[in-house]
Design a protein around this ligand. Sequence first.
Ligand code: AMP
Length: 147
Amino acid sequence: MDAYQHILLAVDYSEHGDTVARKAKALAGKYQAKLSIIHVLDNISMPDTTYGTVIPLDKDSGYELLETEKSRLMQIGERLGVPLDNRWMIWGTPKQEIVELAEQQQVDLIVVGSHGRHGLSLLLGSTANSVLHYAKCDVLAIRLMNS
Ligand code: AMP
């Protein structure tokens, strides 16, 4: 298999996110690939700012909720050694934004958890399933079990 060059990790801040992140980081190391991370804001309403849907991470928005979401992404980015330019926070629908960013940024592997915040009741969560369905690149769904 050709080496991956750009891996995109989708983070939803769910309880098993660390397992998914560690595997993405290990793969990026193995392939010496660029690692990017994305969190899609789908659970808070968009504050009335002049920003578009891509939230700048280097400016204070003045909105507490947005800043909390941002600092969680920043912590994950720091922990994984992902440069600021490769950290993405986008307002929208996770499945759509993940697939679109992957295309724009010429990602060749998307890493998601098999399940996220939406529970472990399905074999594959809805975001994971849609990303698998619509992405034009490879997708790795890290199997997460009930602990
Ligand atoms: P789900 O299909 O929603 O249970 O989530 C499965 C996986 O999709 C998660 O483990 C994440 O990797 C990714 N994901 C879900 N929601 C988001 C989100 N809001 N932002 C980024 N990634 C997400």
